[in-house]
Design a protein around this ligand. Structure first.
Ligand SMILES: [Cu+2]
Length: 125
């Protein structure tokens, strides 16, 4: 009896891992196909931990045309890489506000090749 339970747990884990693996591979293909990417910095209000940052990242990446989102709780900002032909920083900020619950505004827009290093501050909650 215990053996049956163990086998089904292992099978379940394998299924989930396999599913996540496929999802990750698909996301990678998506980010590779966009050539004319632009970047924008969004100001995100109210994040307190890495869980908040993950919620913002997921919301930003759910927008069609967004290929990457790097969220920093320390600076309260998100660096989004997107295809200007598909979306705008304003639309991404709106999607983040609506889906993650954290208010987002556009603070800086720039072309991908002129990107400066992101400012870093020390300390974390
Ligand atoms: Cu949090």
């Amino acid at each position: 009896m215990r053996r049956t339970v163990l086998v089904s747990v292992v099978l379940g884990v394998l299924l989930v891992v396999g599913w996540m693996w496929t999802g990750a591979a698909q996301q990678q293909e998506e980010s590779e196909e966009s050539a004319g990417a632009a970047q924008a910095t969004l100001k995100i209000y109210g994040m307190t931990c890495s869980g908040c940052a993950v919620a913002v990242k997921i919301a930003a990446r759910s927008v069609d045309g967004v290929t990457d989102a790097v969220v920093s709780v320390e600076t309260g900002s998100a660096e989004v890489t997107y295809d200007p032909a598909k979306t705008t920083p304003e639309a991404i900020a709106q999607a983040v506000s609506e889906q993650s619950g954290f208010k987002a505004t556009v603070s800086e827009v720039r072309a991908a090749d002129s990107s400066k290093g992101a400012k870093r501050r020390r300390g974390c909650c």
